[in-house]
Design a protein around this ligand. Sequence first.
Ligand code: UDH
Ligand code: NGS
Length: 287
Amino acid sequence: RKAEAVQAVSKNAELPLCPLEPPNLQGHLDVSFASEPHTMEQTKESNPLVKIGGAYLPPYCTSRWKVAIIIPFRDRDTHLQYFLQYMHPTLQRQELDYRIYIINQYGPGKFNRAKLMNVGYAESIKDDTFQCFTFHDVDLILENDKAIYSCPERPRHLSVGVDKFKYVLPYTAIFGGVTELTKEQFTKVNGYSNSFWGWGGEDDDMYNRVKLKGMNIMRYPGGISRYRMISHQREKGNEVNPQRFDLIRKTGSTMATDGLSSLKYKVIAREDYPLYTNITVDLFGPA
Ligand code: UDH
Ligand code: NGS
């Protein structure tokens, strides 16, 4: 028995652990939205090691990090093309074992970014043993691959510098855009609230959750944690939510019952595409 167990472990660990600092990082990356994005076919062709469903693991070393990249989504096809074009090569250079999930909100009702991210968590853990989860707006493209999407010691805010804000944090408690939490951190706070319909506040509520559970967030230095945002207009269905301030005042009393523990949704469709896994979901929103 014991010999069998030892053999099983060494089989998994046949390849040496990837180095702490991936050797092929480039640092600053030129990101531009001036020309049309690559088509999915072009991106597929230039990323031959990405497997069906948008999954990758380094072929030459055992990755240190198994990460689900979770993207709340509705009707942003051009943004998604840029995202895949830029982010697949970056994530591979970071030597992650990753998979990209698009969580696509079904129907024209009010958008709910936070609930989509809860769904991404709940669906991805059925597929694989992800250690951590990167919650990622589709319109943010990383400009420096040294900001590694590795599993963080504390909940990590990644979109520190964004060109739209002249690369300055708009306020120190901001926890939107791109964040990463381990499974343990995310379950400790009961995931995101499901109650934020429309724009704003759901990220501040998550910040409250993290603090209320005694955690502090962490960030990479602003010099490397940099993003370009693809400009766009506010969509119909994502109007500013007038209830957001009331909701974020009550995080302390609602977080135990509003979150992963109360998550209800219906998967309408799931497709494993060459560059990403697409999960279309009915969130049972208000009419
Ligand atoms: N998202 C969609 N579809 C939508 C709305 C949001 O996919 O219809 C997702 C997407 O991943 C996006 C994220 O949710 O990156 C956040 O939503 P957002 O980009 O609308 O939020 P942001 O704060 O912009 O970036 C708000 C509107 C700003 C209007 C500025 C006009 N110049
Ligand atoms: C705050 C919002 C956050 C949002 C942040 C940056 O005011 O949800 O602005 O927004 N909080 C509330 O509305 C309570 S941004 O300029 O990136 O669109 O993330």
